[in-house]
Write a protein that binds this ligand. Sequence first.
Ligand SMILES: Nc1nc2c([nH]c(=O)n2[C@H]2C[C@H](O)[C@@H](COP(=O)(O)OP(=O)(O)OP(=O)(O)O)O2)c(=O)[nH]1
Length: 132
Amino acid sequence: MKLVLVAACALIDVDGRVLIAQRPEGKPMAGLWEFPGGKIEQGERPEETLIRELKEELGISVSEPCLAPLTFASHAYPDFHLLMPLFVCRRWEGTVTPLEGQKLAWVRPNRLKEYEMPPADVPLVSHLMALL
Ligand SMILES: Nc1nc2c([nH]c(=O)n2[C@H]2C[C@H](O)[C@@H](COP(=O)(O)OP(=O)(O)OP(=O)(O)O)O2)c(=O)[nH]1
């Protein structure tokens, strides 16, 4: 079974809301809501992946000390096993902008369950609720 490493980040605004993004049409799991992030590339550390992805997807600059590890997902999809650390970040520079045409939503943790997420993400929501 292929092991896929993905780094994900819950951005949290001053009101304690969490940013989620809708996976676009044409991608696997299209329409589901996920945490921003992406696959960890060869030679990258997860923090570097997130700094790169948050810039590419959302146009914001994040510095490494602002990325705090929260928990991780370990989930068997039919065709690969996902190992995904989830960081939280409360400070960034710039304005969150959907640069890849994705829909974004700022959601209170107790309402995250109203948004359908990939199965790997479901256990992560309670960790966010406990944090916030
Ligand atoms: N970014 C992110 N990915 C997630 C989450 N939950 C979850 O199962 N995934 C999965 C979906 C994908 O299989 C993988 C992330 O890959 P990706 O978004 O960089 O890539 P992709 O599926 O668009 O595929 P590709 O075109 O880059 O090959 O992790 C999540 O909360 N955030």
